[in-house]
Ligand binder design. Structure first.
Ligand code: 8DG
Length: 140
């Protein structure tokens, strides 16, 4: 697949909450909605390396463990959503041009929120379920 069309998204969880970014009004695609941090896979990069780079660039965290949980093909892009199980550092909004706000949300908070896609609450619920009882998630 053309890597230019591949996008990786990080589902970063902590204490039963998910980290979402608010896409700025200037974004060409999906302005003014909440989405996962992430971006396009670059030429010669593996999807995992792209995820690690995007999490470092956008949030300043080092991904220690992540696993893909869902793949979705949309008209223009192929999205892979990764559960970010363990990371080091404190997530900070380092890319204000991408996201003008960054916040933690509990599942209940997602009701009524303008999200990039309707399936996000289900996906987040699934990711949260995967972490229950496991050693996931935390900040080192
Ligand atoms: N980051 C991100 N992009 C998403 C999500 N859902 C979704 O359809 N996309 C789409 C929008 C864009 O067509 C594409 C990548 O968006 P982007 O805004 O993060 O990437 P970008 O090209 O501005 O920047 P770059 O980080 O790849 O350099 O994926 C999501 O939850 N997070």
């Amino acid at each position: 697949m053309n890597p230019a069309h591949q996008v990786v998204c990080g589902i970063v969880l902590s204490e039963q909450r998910v980290l979402l970014g608010h896409r700025s009004a200037r974004k060409q695609w999906y302005p003014n909605v909440w989405d996962f941090p992430g971006g396009h896979v670059e030429r010669g990069e593996t999807p995992l390396a792209a995820l690690q780079r995007e999490m470092r660039e956008e949030l300043g965290i080092g991904v220690l463990h992540a696993r893909p949980v869902r793949e979705v093909a949309l008209a223009e892009v192929h999205l892979t959503f990764w559960l970010v199980n363990r990371w080091e550092g404190t997530p900070t909004n380092l890319a204000p041009d991408e996201h003008d706000d960054l916040r933690w949300f509990a599942l209940d908070d997602l009701r009524g929120l303008a999200l990039a896609d309707d399936f996000y609450p289900d996906l987040i619920a699934e990711a949260l379920k995967l972490t229950l009882g496991g050693s996931c998630c935390g900040r080192d």
